[in-house]
Design a protein around this ligand. Structure first.
Ligand SMILES: Nc1ncnc2c1ncn2[C@@H]1O[C@H](COP(=O)(O)OP(=O)(O)OP(=O)(O)O)[C@@H](O)[C@H]1O
Length: 297
């Protein structure tokens, strides 16, 4: 089948701790081979935020392939949202929760390149937080604070030790904001809250099953709120969270819906698809049912 439109491939050389950069020539050669006659345009990001603009400038109605982790995918989604373009993902990152949601994990490089270029696309729900698109997740509160803390962790700490350092750093200063969660003018939750996760995917943070009941194409967001927790309470709930057994906890609540207002008594840090966003005191979060076409096997 021949396509007139070139496929735009956006590579983040920094993703996967530089693995994309090291493998770029190999990935491009393999993509060219898999694409056959179809024209490809390769673009490399040079800084955070670049992929949004590059994706926005890609031809209308065409395929944009993100090569990198969740941050790269997030930026490409922001750039193609509501533009009639479809998304291909070659997941080379450390978390890859979007790829997990779309059923793209464990494909192997050759297969994932073939899928990312292929004609088979499936519509997924597209999230929106304060006017910006997201694909898999929004987290507000403790999880975003931990991500923020990790930015200033000593460079020799990696992986789990880095997380633990950040978790204990945030716990030391724990001071929960007052949250009001509303949907359709009704208050669903009011009180001090550790975190709120507004999810299209089941997992965030590299496979943490925060919303085991979420479905990425049901036209709904799954919202998980962890209410008032003490420092010790946080340490107690974390293992249950990692096992996906936290929803039975009396101070963990779950909601589902199309649009939510999340209001705090102060600016509270948030992330979208794992990327920190400007801290606000109000977040308007909604879902556009099946508004994002993603190439799937
Ligand atoms: N050329 C670049 N140099 C440095 N950072 C970049 C560049 N281009 C993009 N970025 C930033 O790199 C960050 C990490 O990218 P990404 O999340 O895709 O990889 P990762 O962290 O390895 O994967 P994951 O999020 O799945 O753990 C993103 O915040 C993105 O904005």
């Amino acid at each position: 089948m021949s396509h007139a439109l070139p496929i735009t491939v956006i590579l983040n050389p920094a993703a996967g701790r530089g693995r994309v950069g090291r493998m770029a020539a190999q990935i491009e050669a393999a993509l060219r081979q898999a694409a056959g006659e179809r024209p490809l345009v390769f673009l490399h990001t040079r800084a955070p935020g670049d992929a949004v603009e590059l994706a926005r400038q890609a031809p209308a109605g065409g395929r944009v392939v993100a090569v990198g982790g969740d941050g790269t995918v997030h930026e490409v989604i922001r750039g193609i949202a509501h533009g009639g373009k479809s998304l291909g993902v070659v997941p080379i990152g450390s978390g890859n929760d979007f790829a997990r949601m779309a059923g793209l994990r464990g494909l192997g490089l050759a297969e994932s390149l073939r899928v990312a270029l292929g004609d088979k696309a499936r519509p997924f729900d597209l999230g929106e937080v304060n006017g910006e698109a997201f694909g898999a997740s929004v987290g507000i509160g403790f999880d975003a604070q931990v991500a923020h803390k990790a930015l200033s962790a000593p460079t020799f700490l990696r992986g789990m030790p880095r997380y633990l350092y950040s978790i204990f750093g945030v716990l030391r200063e724990l001071n929960l904001p007052e949250l009001v969660l509303e949907a359709e003018g009704k208050v669903l939750f009011q009180g001090r809250a550790l975190l709120s996760a507004l999810m299209n995917a089941r997992t965030y943070g590299g496979g943490i099953p925060i919303s085991p009941g979420a479905a990425p194409d049901d036209g709904l967001l799954s919202v998980v709120v962890a209410g008032e927790f003490s420092r010790l309470g946080v340490l107690g709930i974390l293992p249950r969270l990692l096992a996906g057994k936290h929803l039975g906890h009396p101070r963990v609540r779950e909601f589902s819906g199309r649009a939510f207002t999340v209001r705090f008594d102060r600016a509270t840090p948030a992330h979208a698809d794992g990327e920190l966003v400007q801290a606000q005191s109000t977040y308007e979060v909604r879902v556009h049912p099946k508004a994002l076409a993603v190439a799937v096997p």
